[in-house]
Design a protein around this ligand. Structure first.
Ligand SMILES: Nc1ncnc2c1ncn2[C@@H]1O[C@H](COP(=O)(O)OP(=O)(O)OP(=O)(O)O)[C@@H](O)[C@H]1O
Length: 255
């Protein structure tokens, strides 16, 4: 399933948050969205996911969701959003309830996504027994369980330390390489964007408009931290954002 954003604009009261956003989100690619604080990245993601309706424009989908898809647009949040009283397997199984799947089918899906996220041996653990990185792997497993048409990730690695982020990026690349998925990935972190994005959309400060869309042709599996080509792209992204990030920062301090 491909998504198209057609001339999206949005205001909260008198505050213009997004303006003239037109964008293609083709199946099988990871699209990263970067931009200064408060430029409307999360708002745009909520609109793509149908949680909020834009004041102008629309989000269109084309084509079928993948076979076995139980929830076409599925979120992964920064804070993991796991139920503390449910085990790892229980948290993943939760999203499979009420879909008319038999017990065996549900168990097979849970086993499959826990294996893909290397969590099988932690199936019976509770979230509080896990590290932050593992909790986020559970959240990713839970998202994969519904076989979404598009996975919507809002700063999924921001709560994690640098080493854990690195490991999670490797996990995401591995997951995508074995079974390509479609994702929209909002991040502050330009290093994450150049590691994970096939295309990177740079938004201006509020109201967020598209400043540039950067395409990276290097396959995800071939990208490494410290790669000179990627660092050059990252520097270019920062050039696009630096002044606006400073202005956005000052604006927030004024409030
Ligand atoms: N429900 C809402 N009602 C009113 N204003 C809102 C609402 N949600 C977001 N905003 C405002 O819209 C602007 C964009 O917010 P949003 O969270 O989308 O930006 P962002 O780019 O994701 O920010 P950050 O990088 O800091 O996470 C901000 O000024 C925010 O205060």
């Amino acid at each position: 399933m491909d998504l198209s954003l057609l001339d999206i604009g949005h205001s909260y009261g008198r505050t213009r948050v997004l303006d003239a956003i037109s964008l293609e989100i083709p199946a099988g690619q990871v699209l990263c969205i970067v931009g200064p604080s408060g430029c409307g990245k999360s708002t745009l993601l909520r609109m793509i996911g149908g949680l909020e309706r834009p004041s102008q424009g629309r989000v269109m989908s084309r084509g079928e969701a993948p076979e076995g898809c139980l929830n076409p647009l599925t979120y992964v949040f920064q804070d993991f959003a796991l139920l503390p009283w449910r085990t790892v397997a229980g948290n993943v199984a939760l999203v499979l309830e009420d879909h008319g799947l038999g017990r065996a089918r549900r168990a097979a899906i849970v086993a499959d996504v826990l294996a893909r996220t290397r969590l099988s041996e932690f199936a019976g653990a509770l979230p509080r027994q896990l590290s932050g990185g593992m909790r986020q792997r559970v959240a990713i497993a839970r998202a994969l369980a519904v076989n979404p048409a598009v996975m919507l990730l809002d700063e999924p690695l921001s709560a994690l330390d640098a080493q854990t982020r690195e490991l999670l990026m490797e996990d995401l690349v591995g997951l995508w390489t074995r079974a390509p998925f479609t994702a929209v990935y909002v991040t502050h972190n330009l290093a994450e964007a150049v590691r994970l994005g096939h295309r990177i959309v740079v938004l201006s400060r509020r109201p967020g408009r598209i400043r540039e869309i950067v395409t990276i042709d290097t396959p995800l599996a071939g990208r490494t931290t410290g790669d000179a080509g990627l660092e050059k792209v990252q520097a270019h992204l920062w050039d696009l954002m630096r002044e606006e990030a400073r202005a956005a920062d000052a604006e927030l301090l004024d409030v």
